[in-house]
Design a protein around this ligand. Structure first.
Ligand code: ATP
Ligand code: MG
Length: 148
């Protein structure tokens, strides 16, 4: 598996690429359904924010493997204006929320870990992870092997 996949985000067409890469990596890592789709959906929200609020940036997808956990780290970076009121932006009732989007709180709910760093000098970095315990993955692989 690739160590890392970088997807430049400059427009809506790049969202499709980021989604597909994330879905493929999540499946390869052994995430069961619907996790690859949930991860792709969270990425759509964050990448769309880059397009709409910052103009351009990138999404980095990186598998991680720790003693007890295993999974996918998604880092979304831009050099845009930053999020003026981060606490408000993370609230469900944020009034600036326009359409049907899940927004930042929606993306946060879809993932296991979610962290936002944002300021006017450095732009915005969203780091989010979806993970599974190693024993869950082992069980899952074993089930799949038996079906094949
Ligand atoms: N990458 C970013 N750069 C600058 N501001 C951002 C960025 N991402 C989010 N924001 C700010 O945080 C707010 C909340 O983002 P969020 O995605 O939750 O809602 P939204 O983009 O306004 O609407 P939607 O629900 O359609 O996504 C945005 O309105 C914007 O002001
Ligand atoms: Mg948004």
């Amino acid at each position: 598996m690739a160590d890392e996949v970088r997807v430049p985000i400059r427009g809506d067409a790049d969202l499709v690429v980021a989604r597909a890469e994330a879905r493929a990596m999540a499946q390869e890592l052994g995430f069961p359904r619907p996790d690859p789709t949930l991860i792709a959906t969270a990425i759509s929200e964050i990448a769309r924010n880059i397009v709409v609020h910052a103009g351009r940036g990138e999404i980095v997808l990186r598998p991680f493997d720790e003693e007890d956990r295993y999974g996918l780290t998604v880092i979304a970076r831009d050099d845009g204006p930053g999020i003026r009121d981060l606490d408000a932006a993370l609230r469900d009732d944020y009034s600036g929320r326009g359409g049907l989007g899940l927004g930042l709180p929606g993306a946060r709910r879809l993932m296991d870990d979610f962290d936002v760093r944002s300021d006017p000098e450095n732009g915005t970095t969203v780091t989010m992870r979806k993970w599974r315990h190693h024993d869950q993955l082992a069980r899952r692989r074993e089930e799949r092997r038996r079906r094949e």
